[in-house]
Ligand binder design. Structure first.
Ligand code: FUB
Length: 309
């Protein structure tokens, strides 16, 4: 039996995995932690793509979108997500805008899942120059055609995307999700809940899932774990579900990406094991898991390898 050892990519550092299934192929979009760190902080300039048909053999598509392609962006090519609609691919990417301290969300559009992606020329989401909340977009199109873009740290927010996927309903605007402990459990992030960042939004068997990176209750600084909440509506209210993956990954951050592929369920995440614990040099990994009958998910262990399909 063929297996794929974690991490998936070993020739460069990759983080913030965002899988997208298109036909018989799973595309994995990632960020890229540079080998040379500036000021010992996230040093990230482009987004990468890898693909597989069997979870064992992976094709490296290289750098598919970068800060150089976004004239108004200066730095911080952070956690993206890509979706297909009407034959086009839309990649939502958080970046630092020129001259701003905070973050904004760019959109790259392509006719191919592996690019080249073309920037809109302006941010889709930009809540102000000092606003760091506009990061980690997650996009989902519901059965009725309504598309949602959730994002945020420390607050979870969303917009209703228009059918063109490059604009949103301005009358509804940016909606702030109530950060309650019923929704996200008690935790040690700024809202007093465990919700931190890196939301991943999807639906399965009529249940809406919000998977995210978060911080458990603690008086000391703790690394991120992964957790999930569910709802029977795409806009909540959310109900805390439990811990998906505990904190042991050797890095301050973790970041979830969920995919159903050829009858298997996968959780993508990242660790700092390849770099020996350097928190700004992370590597994407994957674990297979199963849902319980009622749709709940037990805690998933980080794993050494997965089997091919
Ligand atoms: O990789 C940069 C940032 O760190 C991401 O946007 C967060 O989700 C965290 O992984």
């Amino acid at each position: 039996m063929s297996i794929k050892k974690n991490p998936i990519v070993t020739n460069i550092y990759t983080a913030d995995p965002a899988p997208m299934v298109d036909g018989d192929t799973l595309y994995l979009y990632t960020t890229h932690d540079e080998d040379e760190l500036i000021d010992h902080f996230y040093t990230m300039r482009d987004w990468r793509c890898f693909s597989t048909k069997d979870m064992v053999n992976w094709t490296d598509h290289g750098s598919i979108f970068s800060l150089d392609d976004i004239s108004w962006a200066e730095d911080r090519a952070w956690a993206p997500q890509t979706i297909k609609r009407n034959g086009k691919y839309y990649m939502y990417c958080p970046v630092q805008k020129n001259g701003h301290s905070g973050m904004a969300i760019a959109v790259g559009v392509s006719d191919s899942p592996t690019g080249p992606f073309k920037d809109l020329g302006y941010p889709l989401i930009d809540e102000g120059e000092d606003d760091w909340n506009d990061i980690d977009p997650t996009v989902f199109i519901d059965d009725d055609g309504q598309a949602y873009l959730y994002f945020g740290n420390p607050e979870l927010r969303y917009v209703l995307l228009n059918e063109d996927m490059i604009s949103y309903n301005k009358e509804v605007g940016v909606v702030k999700v109530p950060m309650t402990t019923e929704a996200f459990a008690k935790g040690s992030h700024f809202t007093g809940t465990s919700y931190g960042e890196g939301p991943w939004f999807y639906k399965r068997n009529g249940i809406y899932y919000m998977v995210y990176a978060g911080f458990r209750e603690s008086t000391e600084k703790v690394n991120e774990h992964l957790a999930y909440s569910t709802s029977d509506s795409p806009t909540g209210p959310w109900k805390y579900g439990g811990v998906l993956m505990t904190e042991e990954g050797g890095t301050f951050t973790n970041h979830p990406g969920i995919a159903e592929f050829k009858g298997h369920s996968y959780l993508f995440y990242h660790t700092a094991e390849l770099s020996g614990g350097e928190e700004f040099q992370r590597s994407v990994c994957v674990a297979e898991f199963k849902y319980n009958e009622d749709g709940s998910i037990d805690t998933i262990a980080k794993c050494d390898h997965i089997e091919g399909i």
